[in-house]
Every structure is written in C-alpha cells, then in structure tokens.
Ligand binder design. Structure first.
Ligand code: ZN
Length: 323
C-alpha cells in the first residue's frame, strides 16, 4: 500500500506531466496530425433525381484590381468586405450523375495554373468517381481554368467522354485566323486550347453545338456570350428543381453583384459580357433557381437576390441531408 509521501510524489509527477506541454510548447504549434492541406474538396447534394457533386480544382490567386475594369471600386469593395488582396479565386467543377449519364461541367486547370489548381481528378477519385466514368464533358467555355484538365501530355484524361462546347468558342479558340488577329496577351490561351482540346478533335470526340440546345434529358445550354464568344451556361433540371451552372459570369462576388458593369480583362468582348451578366442576374433573381458559379468560393452554390442597387449573393446553406 502506498504511503502518503508516495501519494504526494505521484500527484506531483502527474501534475508536472499535465503542465509540461503548456509550459514548454509553442503556443501556436500544430496539434499532432495537422497537415498543410485541406480535406478532399467535394460537396454533394440532390437535385430532384440527379446526384450532384461539386468538385474543387483548387484555387488561382488574382490581384483583382489590376485585372478588373474599375480598380478603385474593386479595391473599395474588397476593403469594405474586409477581404485581403490578392484573393484566391476558387475553381469549381460540377459532376452531375443522372443515373443514365455522368456529366462533368468544366475540368479545371490541369497543369496550366500551377499547383494551387489542378486538383480535380484527385478530388473526383476521393468522391468515388474515376475519369473513365465520365461520358459527357460540358465546357462552359474554352479557357485554361475550365478546359485545362481535358488532356495531360497530349492524352485525353476522360477517354470515354464526348466533349460539348458552343461552336462559337471552338471556332474561335481553335482557329489559326483568329489566333493571328488576337492581341499578344491572348496568344497563350490559343496555345493552351490546342494543347487540351485537340486530342478530342483528333479522336472525333468534340461536338460543337449552336446556342440554346437540349444536350441530354434535363440538361440544356444557355448562351451567355462576351467573356468568350461561346460562353454557355447549363441549366440542369430534375423534378422541377433547377440548377444553373453559369461559368465565368462572376469573378468577384464582392463587387460584381452590386455592380454588374465591372468587367475582367479576360473578357473577349467586355460590353457583351456585361450585357450577359445583367441579363442572367435579373433572370436568376426573378426565377430563384440555384446557381453554381465557377469562381465564387467553393462550392460556389447560392441564389441571386435583387437589391435596391444591383444584386447580392446568398450562399446556399451547408447541408448534410442527402435524402
Ligand atoms: Zn474562369
């Protein structure tokens, strides 16, 4: 049986062990198991009979006032929102499993935008899908951060998929004549377009459509030109529930809902891009469908609300209810 002296010594020893980490540890040291990366970036929800998985491709850091049309207004909007610049823009892709089809809307940046992007396939696998499972790729437009992962090293990443894009985009970005006429800062995009899209053209797997088209049951395209000549939203509908995937209508939620006339230097036709943004914001606010936005913070899901001046973005509540 332990003596009182032994008991006190034991208690003291236990106390020393208990306070030792507090006394010696770096107050901001990471707990065991902390690694410098996020959990796999996917988010699921049901849209009627369809299963939707938002897949993160990661982010791209952008100093928005240097690439947007009203830099003082952009800077002010970010300041008022307590947001630092440059900002990491999410790159969101959307996988729609209709039961009959597995449709991927946009493919992320692949190897084109550095290591902060290019996470699509890792996140797709984490979500339980393989690139071979995808039978349909719908591109909102041809741009490195949307069509970049179509091919790596000249090989198709989605070997069983047919790629659909509005013909105005494939006619522009794959045209040697348009490339010859384009300003110098757009040449890289032409090169990247060939690098990633050509393997599907060569395999007979690129199908260009003409404007508003029903592509699959419950999935139709909606022309929203300007950012690129053929920028296309995709309206997905099942049992009366609707989701619009609108691509690059908004790059900065902090400023472009309130003022849709703020454009971005990547716009091929800025005035047309502004007109498309105004039109679709008005429609989304009136009709109230869910929106999936390529560059609003992951998972980029929300609704558009009309305000006294312009609009606002209402992020969709996080949900664990998958029915
Ligand atoms: Zn984009």
């Amino acid at each position: 049986m332990a003596t009182t002296k032994h008991k006190v010594a034991g208690l003291l020893a236990a106390l020393m062990v208990a306070i030792a980490p507090m006394a010696s540890a770096d107050p901001v040291a990471a707990p065991a198991g902390w690694v410098a990366q996020q959990a796999p970036g996917y988010y699921r929800f049901r849209l009627g009979d369809f299963k939707v998985t938002v897949l993160s491709d990661g982010t791209a850091s952008r100093d928005l006032p240097t690439i947007m049309s009203k830099p003082a207004e952009v800077r002010k909007a970010f300041g008022a929102s307590h947001q630092a610049l440059p900002v990491e823009l999410s790159i969101n892709c959307y996988l729609i499993d209709t039961g009959a089809h597995r449709i991927l809307v946009d493919t992320g940046a692949g190897e084109l935008f550095g290591t902060a992007g290019g996470q699509l396939v890792a996140n797709m696998r984490a979500a339980g899908y393989q690139p071979e499972d995808i039978d349909t790729v719908l591109l909102t437009h041809i741009h490195g951060d949307h069509s970049g992962r179509l091919s790596i090293g000249g090989q198709r990443v989605f070997p069983n998929a047919v790629v659909h894009v509005d013909q105005r985009d494939s006619n522009y970005w794959l045209s040697p004549a348009a490339e010859a006429r384009a300003p110098a800062n757009r040449k890289t995009t032409f090169r990247q377009s060939h690098q990633t899209v050509d393997p599907y053209v060569d395999a007979g797997k690129l199908q260009a459509f003409d404007g508003a088209t029903e592509l699959l049951p419950g999935v139709r395209s909606l022309p929203l030109p300007g950012h690129t000549p053929g920028l296309s939203g995709y309206l997905v509908e099942s049992r009366g529930e609707r989701l619009l995937l609108w691509g690059d209508i908004v790059h900065a939620a902090e400023v472009q809902f309130r003022d849709p006339t703020v454009s971005v230097e990547y716009d091929v036709a800025p005035a047309e891009a502004i007109a498309s943004r105004r039109k679709i914001l008005r429609d989304a606010a009136r009709q109230g469908y869910l929106v999936g936005s390529a560059h609003i913070s992951f998972p980029g899901l929300g609704h558009v609300k009309a305000e006294r001046v312009g609009y606002s973005w209402v992020p969709a509540p996080y949900s664990v209810s998958l029915k």
